[in-house]
Design a protein around this ligand. Structure first.
Ligand code: WQD
Length: 341
């Protein structure tokens, strides 16, 4: 049983490959290295002692996808991470996002729908809810008009998968992540943002190590406990484990529908200032930030209802915000150890 992990050298993908290999699965990775590096393979081996197969391949090339599935004709289970994911970039370059995130999904599904049985785990996002009306957000919350082309590719992706699963042998689970943060406790793999990080936690750790001067906090005039936005920050290892649980659910035919949806979060909302306080606690040093204007497109609050994932999927998070921040800080120090301040 070989599991295809697309984007398997990326942040969440590499952590999921580790958990798959820890559970004894054989893994083949497809990655085009546009937002990752082949050196991540070494980190995976350092943790698990096993080297996954790796094929450098761009899923936008239909012929390459077809060739892959001819060569790996024993692949019928896919965990699909490969996608562009920067909200701001998607606004500037929507067609890059529609081509990369949708065309590649279509080519994968065209191969899987030919199988007598296929299992598909899709990397989706809480961004599909927009600003939900009620907290915590459960899976029945209405899908709101996407706030960015990136978010729209997740909504469209979910619809495509649902339509194809209805008429084919594909069983699918859509995993809607809240905010993945942190790194593997071994500090052998972690987040490797290219350029200036758009996301909060890598910007914080890069500021902590001295790469960035200070954090811009995007607004403190929101209707929240301290005026800053609330998010549900989930440790990437907890998130990775959820993918293995979801895959095993499909492999053991425990799914109750052809397409199931689960929110993956801690169920706890944390404000930007609370994340900063957590970092100060784990790093043991004061943190430089300043309040600036709100960022276009930010929702005020988003944190997950964990009921469905806990009771039906049988999964829950184990790490706290401090533990996640500590792992992120350890990773940052490790990769920058030469110029650690
Ligand atoms: C978190 C909070 C910012 C940076 C996005 C996508 C989501 C997923 C995760 C891909 C917000 C504040 C941030 C900074 C700040 N992407 N912030 N200064 O926007 O919740 O989610 O990334 O999978 O789909 O929507 O995450 O980390 O960018 O922001 O004040 O320099 O931190 O305003 O309140 P976000 P984020």
């Amino acid at each position: 049983m070989k599991i295809l992990v697309t984007g398997g050298l990326g942040f969440i993908g590499s952590h999921t490959v580790v958990e798959l290999q820890n559970k004894g699965f054989d893994v083949v990775i497809i990655d085009n290295l546009s937002n990752s590096s082949e050196s991540v393979l070494k980190g995976i081996v350092a943790i698990t002692g096993k080297e996954p197969q790796f094929e450098k391949l761009d899923l936008r090339e239909k012929a390459s996808v077809q060739t892959f599935f001819k060569k790996h004709n024993d692949v019928s289970s896919v965990i699909h991470f490969a996608a562009s994911k920067a909200v701001g970039e998607s606004v500037k370059n929507p067609l890059l996002y529609y081509e990369n995130n949708i065309a590649s999904l279509i080519y994968l599904l065209q191969e899987l729908q030919e199988k007598t049985e296929a299992h598909f785990i899709f990397s989706s996002s809480c961004t599909v809810y927009g600003q939900a009306d009620e907290m915590p957000i459960d899976e029945s919350a209405p899908i709101k008009p996407a706030m960015s082309p990136y978010g729209n590719t997740k909504q469209i992706g979910e619809e495509i998968i649902s339509d194809v699963a209805k008429m084919s042998s594909i069983n699918a689970i859509l995993l809607r992540y809240f905010n993945p943060i942190g790194s593997h406790p071994s500090a052998e793999i972690g987040e490797l943002p290219i350029g200036v990080p758009q996301n909060l936690v890598p910007f914080i750790t890069q500021t902590g190590i001295g790469l960035r001067k200070e954090l811009m906090v995007y607004g403190n005039d929101y209707p929240t406990v301290d005026g800053t936005c609330i998010r549900d920050y989930i440790h990437v290892v907890d998130l990775a484990k959820a993918h293995v649980v979801a895959l095993e659910r499909l492999l053991e035919n425990k799914n109750e529908d052809k397409v199931e949806i689960f929110n993956l979060g801690t169920g706890i909302g944390s404000s930007v200032l609370e994340v900063i306080s957590s970092f100060e606690k784990v790093s043991g040093k004061p943190f430089p930030y300043k309040i600036v204007d709100r960022r276009e497109g930010d929702v005020t609050m988003a944190y997950a209802s964990t009921d469905k994932a806990n009771t039906i999927l049988g999964w829950k998070t184990a790490s706290s915000l401090d533990q996640a921040m500590e792992s992120a800080w350890n990773w940052e120090q490790k990769i920058r150890k030469n110029n650690f301040q």
